[in-house]
Design a protein around this ligand. Sequence first.
Ligand SMILES: [Zn+2]
Length: 847
Amino acid sequence: MAAIDESDLTMGEDTVMASTEINGEQGANATVDPSEIFRRLNSPQFSPRKEQLPYSLKVPSASKQYYIPNASTHYSRESSSEPESDAMDITPSKSTAVEIRVPPPPRFPPLPYSSSKTGLVYDPRMRFHAEFPDFMMNPEDIHPEDPRRIHEIFEEIHQAGLVQGPDDPDEEASEEQCWRIEARSATTAEICLIHTAEHYIFIESLQDKSAIELKDISDSLDSIYFNNATFECAKLAAGGAIEACRAVVRGDVRNAIAIIRPPGHHAESNAPSGFCIFNNVPIATRVCQKNFPETCRKVLILDWDVHHGNGVQHAFYDDPNVLYISLHVFRGGNFYPNLPDGDYNFCGEGPGLGRNVNIPWADHGMGDAEYIYAFQEVIMPVATEFDPDLVIISAGFDAAEGDVLGGCHVTPACYAHMTHMLMRMAKGKIVVCLEGGYNLRSIARSALAVTRTLMLQPPERLADGLSPKESAVRTIEQVKREQSKYWKCLYPKQLDKNDPSFHATKRLHDIIREWQSQTLSAEYRMTPLAINKAELTQSFEHNVIATPNFMERHPLLVVFHDPPTVKSIPDPVTGRMELHNTWLTDVAKDYVGWAIHNDFQVIDVNIPKVVSIEDDNGGYIRSDDSEARAHQTRELAAYIWENYIEPHDATQVFFMGIGAAYLGLVDLLSNYENCTEPDSPVQCLIGFVSETSIQSIRRATDDNIAGWYYAHSLVFVQNSHHVWDPNRQRKLRKKWGKLIRSPKEKLDEMLTTHQDEVQAYLLKKKSEYEAELEQARLADERQQQQGLRSPPLASGMRSPRLLEQPRQGSVPTNNTKSKDMPPLGLFSVSTPRSPHGSPLRSDFPRR
Ligand SMILES: [Zn+2]
């Protein structure tokens, strides 16, 4: 096929009426001018045919020439299913005395908007753009941008009785039907409002290329096919969009739907891509702005195609008068068009800054809940503030339920709701232009729902209990924060880095930790431990603090905890957190204080919610990087064990893990055999678990590890934790440790409730050790008296009462705040921790 045969381009199966010509009228609907009803009532052809359409007004038969305004029965029920032999169910019953009067002629044209019609563009010639059949390929393997797409949509609307079809008897279309708007070829000048002349000439040249040449060219480009009809079809699609928009702007029709292809929104000014040749919607936008500078200045383009409309974004990126909003699957830029440009922080530039709104879904799977949420939270507020003169929907239906390529679940009802919401903008001037959508059934059903809505049919109800996915809520929150710089209606506002006072801001997170560090230092002379490991240093600076003698021969409590929690009563009007109405809860500190008073040495480890802030630009930081946090906690636990506990002399080591931090300690016990050997100083793990899952101890080479862990742990678990649910957990396992059901739910409450219990346990363990030590000392003495042994070690364990004095002055001063401190060895000059004869480690040689 060298060029398009003239006859191919004539009106084929459908007869398209000239633009703005009424197709005729029949029946009536609720919004029609009453005087019209009367005129038709007198006409012999009148038959109330389209009663199946909800909200149609059932009018009396021709013989009844009166009108009863007060009788509610005039207004039909929803569709009546039974075939009615008589459409006169509104005729007043004979027994009812009803006032009958003839209404006066209307003084004003009533409801001009609702009595005008919806326009529809469809031209079967746009089906000629098709992929050349490849005879090597499976005939089933049809390109998704299939010419049948537009036919399927048109037929659906036709079958619903909303538009005259080509084979319909040659009668006038009824009041309820769409008004056909003729598609024409867009002119060169119109297309070049968006595209370069080179691009236009290139597409034009495809008409004369051979099949092989076309295949080669398309293979060199991005997701596109061509044939010799491509140029004409693309011009028709653009022209269809233009005429639909012009008819709406002029007021010839109430609103319009353009069933056009090839689609447009991926086409760049100088290149076709993603099944798109000319960018129909931007071309129509520019034409309307040019033709109607007074009445069509500001245009909102809402793109609900599942792909980002890169071409539309780029066409108007610096234009303050075109607001482009796109909802699309983004997946970090790993979904077509695979550009970073679809991300939320692409907001326009120059005078167009803030006139580009991307809502980039993190993944597939979004549905009605997420789309409605986006409309309510971002799109409608922004659209209202923008106040456009015309709304164009780039209506791809590839986010529809059933479209495999899009993988989303938007129902026809949701498309109807979205249309309905946008219909209140721009005095109802809205045009729906088809973009993608590849499941023929899905696109037809969705487009029908949209068409019905344009024709003033209220949308179907949405499913009950819609609730947006957490990932979608986060996306919307991100968009709002970014766009709140440009839109008065959007909150929360971001910190303004250009604010002169910005340099004086500091995260409360840092302030509190520094304060904690200082308090612990002042009260207990605790000092920060250096963490000299590249990936941990930044995250845990100031977060690991120890009492001065933690390396010496004392019991040692190692507490891993979350940062203190903040409780606030925000101002009811501003929502702002004020310092005088904000409280800090730090129950972990109670344990630290208690332990020190009871002669334990303590290492206090705060695990920040956000473990590393790479680019602290004052913005919001998500707190859900739990993976990174768990990883860092594990690394830190191992580091502290290797450098600060295992090489030194603590007589007993008690691990305490609060919240998610406990996971890192279970991992430590799993991975380090020397934690659980019989001569290990590790006495137990005390865990506090609320939302976190229960971690089991695991060691491939040791079958007894579960038994050891059960005997050496106390894990307090919140009352409602699923581990207690007999439907989910048949029985408790030893590898989970000794689980204790707390009557409380929150960590702070649990810590307070079980404080006595934990403290009693620690003291008991400590005194058991002291008793054993004492016995060992006595045994040694006896042996010595019997002359059987050489003298014992220089000193036994220090008496707790003597601890206060030696601590003075023994602070390793260079241990404080120095990043250069060697990680181990420097201070391990004290006497060995293990007394000979201690029953705890008597069978094992001292290291
Ligand atoms: Zn698409």
